[in-house]
Design a protein around this ligand. Structure first.
Ligand code: NAP
Length: 282
């Protein structure tokens, strides 16, 4: 039951109806008997500024930010973390003493999900990222923060891949970053030496979507990650499975980005198992 002491957390996005974050976070608050309440708000883009101001005025403790506001939120904040500045996007906001502080837990959540599945170190490893949108930026920057040696990027819109490369080179000059224009021999060569293959495109979200990478480019030494979690097995992951690759979907990333946000708002270690179970019930 909500009381005069209840602390409120929101998630803002447009649309928001499919978000699993409310059930995941509320289960965690309940488990630790924290008087917190997590509420979803669908805010139309032209109302973003007023919506954020309303959360501040109503005394919310913080909020998550999802599509399409992860970048647009930045000018509305008082400060942002180093990771969020490198990534150029914010998914978690803490409101403290009337100030809005932005964080990005997507990249760290992704790397945490890798660590839970595989024990290998990312240092000097090589990764191919499909896509150059918000999720790709978070994943690529976090891989660089974890000292990967090289990153390859393939994206439908070449210009966005070039922009991501420029961003990574600015912050991580020692990391080799290559953009591949098409599925050709160069890409094949890169992938033969690569350790990690990540789908951060939205191809696979809809039934009937093909794998965003043709099957001949997979090899069984690759550790394969799809950021998509619903469906849990995309064509991309089915191809990885057929080729004998070890693989994960995006559920771990969702879970661990949430666990990190939970810690930012409450100062407490998140009950990850309870959060994971809440996601399973979805
Ligand atoms: P976004 O910023 O809109 O980027 C979408 C990416 O997909 C772009 O690179 C886009 O290429 C590419 N793309 C879209 N349709 C395509 C098509 N038909 N063929 C080839 N490429 C296509 O979205 P986002 O926020 O990065 O999210 C990307 C995916 O990651 C989504 O599936 C999302 O659900 C998932 N995600 C998961 C988590 C998690 O916690 N597991 C967190 C964030 C995102 P162009 O640049 O050419 O448009």
């Amino acid at each position: 039951m909500n009381t005069g002491n209840t602390r409120y957390i929101a998630i803002i996005g447009h649309p928001i109806i499919h978000s699993l974050s409310p059930r995941m976070h509320q289960a965690a608050f309940n488990q630790l008997h924290l008087d917190y309440c997590y509420l979803p708000f669908d805010i139309s883009p032209e109302k973003l500024k007023n919506g954020v101001e309303a959360l501040k005025q109503l005394g919310f403790r913080g909020f998550n930010v999802t599509i399409p506001f992860k970048e647009k939120i930045i000018p509305l904040l008082d400060q942002i973390s180093k990771e969020a500045a490198i990534i150029g996007a914010v998914n978690t906001v803490l409101i403290e003493n009337g100030k809005l502080k932005g964080f990005n837990t997507d990249g760290a959540g992704f790397v945490e999900s890798l660590k839970k599945k595989w024990t290998f170190s990312l240092k000097n490893k090589s990764a191919l990222i499909l896509g150059a949108g918000g999720a790709a930026k978070a994943v690529a920057a976090q891989l660089c923060l974890n000292q990967v040696g090289s990153i390859g990027i393939v994206n439908r819109t070449r210009k966005k891949a070039d922009q991501l490369k420029a961003r990574l080179k600015k912050h991580f000059p020692k990391v080799e970053v290559k953009v591949f224009a098409r599925f050709g021999d160069d890409l094949d060569c890169f992938l033969k030496k690569a350790h990690l293959l990540v789908n951060s495109t939205s191809v696979g979200l809809h039934s009937g979507d093909d794998s965003p990478l043709p099957s001949q480019f997979f090899h069984k030494q690759l550790k394969v990650c799809d950021l998509i979690y619903n469906p849990s097995m995309t064509s991309f992951l089915k191809t990885a499975q057929k080729k004998g690759c070890s693989f994960i979907n995006g559920r771990g990333m969702l879970l661990y980005q949430g666990a990190l946000a939970f810690k930012i708002w409450t100062g407490k270690t998140a009950p990850v198992e309870v959060m994971s179970n809440a996601l399973s019930l979805a």
